[in-house]
Design a binder for this molecule. Sequence first.
Ligand SMILES: [Zn+2]
Length: 289
Amino acid sequence: MSANRVIGVDLGGTKILAGVIEDGTVTQTVEHPTPITSQDALLDGLAKAVRELPLDGIAAVGFGIPSRIDHVHGIALGSVNTPLRDVPFEREMEARLNLPVAVENDATCAAYAEYVHGVGRGTNDFVMLTLGTGVGGGVVSGGSLYRAWTELGHMVIVEDGEPCQGACSGRGHVEAYCSGTAANRLARQTLGPDATAHDLIDQSHPVLATIGHHLGVTIGSLVNIFGAERFAIGGGFGVAAFDQLVPAARTAVLREALPTSGQAVEIECALLGADAGLIGAGLVALEAL
Ligand SMILES: [Zn+2]
C-alpha cells in the first residue's frame, strides 16, 4: 500500500466530485449529482462515488463537505445547502467504505490545496474565499491550516442587511452579497427575469462593482483579523467574474484594512479550478494517517 495514494471527495451543493490522488496529482475522477432528498441518500451517494474508483492500495479517503465540522468527534454539524445535520460523518463513511476517513469543510480543503499546490504557495498567512452557490472560506495561519469553522461566508458585512440563504437565518452575510446566487439575483433585478450572473459577466456590467465592493469590505476585515498577505478568489462565480470584481474590491480593501496591509495584500484568482476541493480533501486525509 502506498501511503501517498488517497481518494479525495468534494461534496458540492449540486455535484459530488471524487478522485484518486497520488503524490499530489489527480489521476482519475468520477462525478455525480448530489442526492439531496435525505441525509442517508447523500451519505450513500458519497460512498457509491468512492467505490466507483479503484480502491486497491488506497490508504484513506478525505471528504470536503459544505458543513461546520466537530473535529474532535468527526461530526458534520450542519450545512446550509445540503441535508447534513449533526451526523457522525467519519464513523458513517468508515462503516460504508471500510477505509480510514477524514473530513474537513469543503472551502477549507480548497484553501489548503491552493496553499500547498496553487496560488497560496510561498505565503505564511493566506485566505481563500470561494464564491459559488454559497460563499466559503479557508485560512492558513502561520503556515498551518486553521481548522476552525471558518464560515467566512456567514460573516456579517451589512448590519440587518439582505437575508441569507438556505438554513441560515442571518442577515447581511457575505453570502447574501457575493455568492453566485446573489449575483444571479442582481442580474434579474438589473437586466430582467431571465438574466443570470453570466450575462453580467459577458457584458462587463458596471453593477458587478457593487459585488466587488462587498468582497473588498470582506477582505479588508479578514486582513485585520488574520494579517493575511495573499487572498485567493475561487468558486465558479468568483473565477468567472474575478477581473470585474477586483478593481472595486481593491478600493474597499485600501479603506478597510489597517495600514499598510491594505496596500500590500495581494488578491489573486485561484489556480486549481474545480479540482481544488478534492485535492485538499486528499491532503487532509494524508495528514490524518
Ligand atoms: Zn448566512
